[in-house]
Design a protein around this ligand. Structure first.
Ligand code: PLP
Length: 433
């Protein structure tokens, strides 16, 4: 047994306990720093799995949660309501494209996706159309780990044991690209032709398309062009298929805009938000839809109601944290901070790739920077990823490569000096490969 006794009872996510290096026990956080029991400090450059926005233990958000906890910690959300939930819903709708006006709360990204998928299906069902049971998704998308979310995300490659238990889904090719990619237009054309064929065969039985727009995060920060998303959405909408944007990872500023749908000038029928929604403090999520969808659930009968809910839906502490986070965006001009991060990513990544021939497919958008480490032996990719992770940790950096992809998605409070130093240390690690 190489695990210390503190792990006798804990089962950790996405971990093979028998071979994993010992877990690091974190006792406090501040800004981008997290500190372990021995006093070692790590810089959290992946926002703790993409949830943290304004730094760990941000005092303003901590205060808002503390104030709310002393006032009202939780209340049943059917038949009862509270101000933080009302205010957060209103502010989120103000930030999204106009037609998105209805917020349904749940408590994590996967359930936000389940809710959108179920609402999309029932949108048709309530209108007497029961044959639209199919979903469309991009190859390689990740949408969460519950069964519906897994089904539309099954080509992400995480779900081998559950392959026989999935909902019907058809996949659209994802023309991954990077600066200097000369094949991109050809790839997109092929993908769109494939989609056209799919639609001719299956549009009449399709409820919705769900996508991770612009960047497939969990698959390794794979970018595609805005033009492609726009063309796909246009094609499926010609068949009245509903469009779901899964912005669980990218919402709240990661791409440099508050939401990807704003960046793309597309109003989807559903937007799923979670991860950053509370600044990274509390489990909360939201599925936002249009009045057009909402209206189809209204009638004199419960039979058309959305018969779905979670115990902690609209939790007041989460909503208070969400409101405090949005206030920080305004008060501290966070979006312009993200622009500065983006510009440092660009110059530093360029230098990194000039100094290290193993660095390829460099890509940057907003807070996110990514590149591939070209090690030539794909069989060893996962070994390389663990080797890199340990080498970064030794430098005091929390960076978790996905296969051969190294990426940064730092909390927005990272200072310029910290970001420059991060790249210096990455350079050191790569030089020693
Ligand atoms: C993380 C993620 C989810 C799932 O969110 P959880 O809170 O982990 O359930 C869904 N979609 C995307 C795009 C994500 O990155």
């Amino acid at each position: 047994m190489n695990q210390p006794s503190m792990l006798n009872h804990v089962w950790q996510p996405y971990t093979q306990p028998q071979t994993a290096p010992p877990s690091i026990e974190i006792v406090k956080g501040s800004g981008i720093e997290i500190t372990d029991r021995q006093g070692r400090v790590y810089w959290d450059l992946i926002s703790s799995w993409w949830v943290n926005l304004h730094g760990h233990a941000n005092p303003k958000i901590a205060q808002a949660i503390s104030d709310q906890a002393k006032q009202l910690e939780q209340v049943i959300f059917a038949g009862f309501v509270h101000q933080p939930a009302i205010d957060l819903a209103e502010q989120i709708c103000d930030l999204l494209p106009g037609p998105l006006t209805r917020v349904f709360y749940s408590d994590n990204g996967s359930t936000a996706v389940e809710v959108a998928m179920k609402m999309a299906y029932q949108y048709w069902y309530n209108q007497g159309i029961k044959k639209r049971k199919l979903y469309l998704a991009f190859e390689g998308d990740y949408h969460g780990d519950t069964f519906g979310a897994m089904s539309v995300g099954r080509s992400s490659g995480y779900y081998e044991p559950f392959a026989d238990l999935m909902l019907p889904v058809k996949f659209i090719p994802y023309p991954e690209t990077w600066p200097g990619d000369e094949q991109v237009e050809e790839k997109e054309e092929k993908a769109l032709a494939h989609l056209k064929q799919l639609l001719e065969q299956h549009a009449h039985e399709t409820a919705a398309l769900i996508i991770e727009p612009l960047i497939q995060c969990a698959k390794g920060m794979r970018f595609c062009r805005p033009e492609y998303i726009q063309a796909v959405v246009e094609q499926v909408r010609a068949y009245d298929i509903l469009v779901i944007f899964d912005e669980v990872a990218l919402g709240f500023g990661r791409t440099g805009e508050m939401f990807v749908c704003n960046k793309l000038n597309i109003t989807p029928d559903f937007v799923c938000l979670s991860k950053g929604i509370t600044g990274g403090f509390m489990p909360l999520s939201a599925t936002i839809t249009t009045d057009k969808v909402y209206q189809t659930f209204l009638s004199d009968s419960y039979a058309t109601a959305f018969s779905h809910g979670h115990s902690y839906a609209g939790n007041p502490l989460g909503c208070a944290a969400g409101l405090a986070s949005l206030k920080i965006f305004k008060d501290e001009n966070t979006l312009s901070k993200i622009q500065q991060i983006e510009s440092i990513h660009r110059t530093e990544l360029k230098r990194l790739s000039e100094n290290n021939p193993v660095v390829t497919c460099v890509r940057v958008m907003g807070d996110i920077a990514a590149f591939n480490v070209n090690v030539n032996q794909s069989a060893y990719q996962s070994a390389v990823s663990i080797q890199l992770r340990q080498a970064f940790l030794a430098q005091g950096l929390l960076i978790r490569p996905i296969g051969d992809v190294v990426y940064l998605m730092p909390p927005y409070c990272i200072t310029e000096a910290q970001l420059y130093e991060t790249y210096e240390k990455i350079n050191r690690v790569l030089a020693a490969l």
